[in-house]
Design a protein around this ligand. Structure first.
Ligand code: FAD
Length: 390
């Protein structure tokens, strides 16, 4: 089905060339993926994955010195990697998410300083927006940066930060103006060895994933740590999420494809009372639903990526639709795979069991499904009000 996807009119020849990543993942990442699936420490394997992806040039699709990100490439890479490995996909995605504010809004000097290491896979990146009291609504954040001469002093705590403890550099959002809500936020780059920066906790989740909390205590940043203008933070964060939310959908599509791959293998091998499990119509009902959901999700994902690349501007509604539908449907597809595996589907380490845990967080991070619905409905209602007025 992926080969059919590549023929869709959303893509150019350069996108179709990304098919080569399938072979790279299956050969060059094989040993790391095997270690991941055998339960090796993700903090040990993730840097090796980043390095392998960077050395082979794949991270050039996650960050770029020319200030542009190609959404379709980002989505295709995540789709291909997620079909094979949750961790390979995560490490690729985080190099992009953790540096996109610099790619899209940084000045030339910031891009030249902070991005080459990310693209080469030598430096790991992270994105620090969420706080304990500001997850779904980042405008409520309390981490604050105050001017001190030409410098900034950063104080506060972030949590749920992917790559916490592994990253060499963090894009951090902080309040620079009290009482100004979303308009009072700014975006900074913080190196992990900056005095005043520390990791305050690491967080264990159901699908192993480097994750933790950050603390900033009188963390002194130079003036050129500010990305964009003072007060641009919310706009930068939402613009980055516009690009990355569709690609979370692509990751969900890749995981759903992996579930269908394993389910097809299982139902064609499993014999029940002398008949192949695949010959039962109730099995075929599930397979048909799984395949249809995957294609529908992929259409929404690649539509959103095409709109971003070709029409440009803010694409919050189509990105929200792609993330919402693809992640919710992938959860259902994977649940069907678990069911088709029978008891084996809930045995630790079974591919369906692993996917069942891996998919869950995608419906929560980068905006929960409920928040995506609020974005979609909010825009519908605004458009309706405008059409009534005019
Ligand atoms: C594995 C993982 C990795 C993550 N990585 C990162 C990262 O790298 N960087 C980062 O900054 N953050 C990261 N996050 C944080 C993530 O984006 C937040 O968890 C998410 O935005 C939800 O915030 P919350 O956990 O505070 O939930 P809450 O905001 O407390 O939400 C709880 C529930 O309330 C619902 N809800 C909230 N507001 C409304 C509303 N107005 N109407 C209806 N329902 C509502 C939500 O949908 C949810 O179901 C990560 C989270 C996870 C789980």
């Amino acid at each position: 089905m992926f080969d059919e996807t590549l023929k869709w009119p959303f893509f150019d020849a350069r996108h179709r060339e990304l098919k080569a990543l399938e072979q790279f993942a299956e050969q060059d990442l094989r040993s790391l993926i095997q270690q991941e699936h055998e339960g090796a420490d993700v903090y040990a394997i993730a840097p090796q994955m980043v390095s392998a992806l960077g050395t082979a040039g794949w991270l050039a699709h996650a960050a770029s010195l020319d200030g542009r990100l190609d959404s379709r490439s980002l989505c295709l890479v995540r789709d291909i990697l997620a079909r094979r490995s949750g961790l390979a996909e995560f490490t690729f995605a985080m190099q992009g998410l953790g540096s996109a504010a610099i790619t899209l809004f940084g000045n030339d000097e910031q891009r030249r300083h902070w991005l080459p290491g990310v693209i080469a896979g030598d430096r790991i990146a992270a994105f620090a927006l969420s706080e304990e009291e500001a997850g779904s609504n980042p405008a409520d954040m309390s981490t604050a940066a105050h001017k001190d001469g030409n410098d900034w002093l950063l104080n506060g705590e972030k949590t749920w930060i992917s790559n916490a403890g592994l990253a060499h550099q963090y894009v951090v959002f902080a309040r620079t103006k009290e009482g100004a809500g979303a308009q009072g936020l700014s975006c900074f780059i913080v190196a992990a060895d900056n005095p005043g920066f520390s990791i305050s906790a690491s967080i264990d989740v159901i699908a192993p994933h480097p994750l933790g909390s950050l603390r900033f205590t009188e963390c002194r940043l130079p003036a050129d740590a500010l990305v964009g203008q003072e007060g641009d933070g919310f706009k930068i964060a939402m613009s980055v999420l516009d690009v990355f939310r569709s690609s979370v959908g692509a990751s969900a599509v890749g995981m759903a494809r992996r579930a269908l791959d394993h389910a097809l293998l299982r139902v064609t091998q499993r014999q029940i009372s002398g008949a192949s499990l695949s010959s039962f119509q109730l099995t075929q009902d599930k397979l048909a639903d799984m395949a249809t959901a995957i294609d529908a999700a992929a259409l929404l994902v690649y539509r959103a990526a095409w709109v971003k690349d070709v029409e440009g501007g803010r694409t919050s509604r189509v990105a929200a639709m792609a993330k919402l539908f693809a992640t919710e449907e992938a959860q259902r597809v994977i649940d069907k795979a678990v069911q088709l595996f029978g008891g084996l589907g809930v045995v630790s380490g079974n591919p369906a069991e692993r996917l069942y845990r891996e998919i869950r967080a995608l419906r929560i991070y980068e905006g929960t499904s409920e928040i995506q619905k609020l974005i979609i409905a909010g825009q519908l209602l605004r458009n309706h009000a405008e059409s009534v007025r005019s």
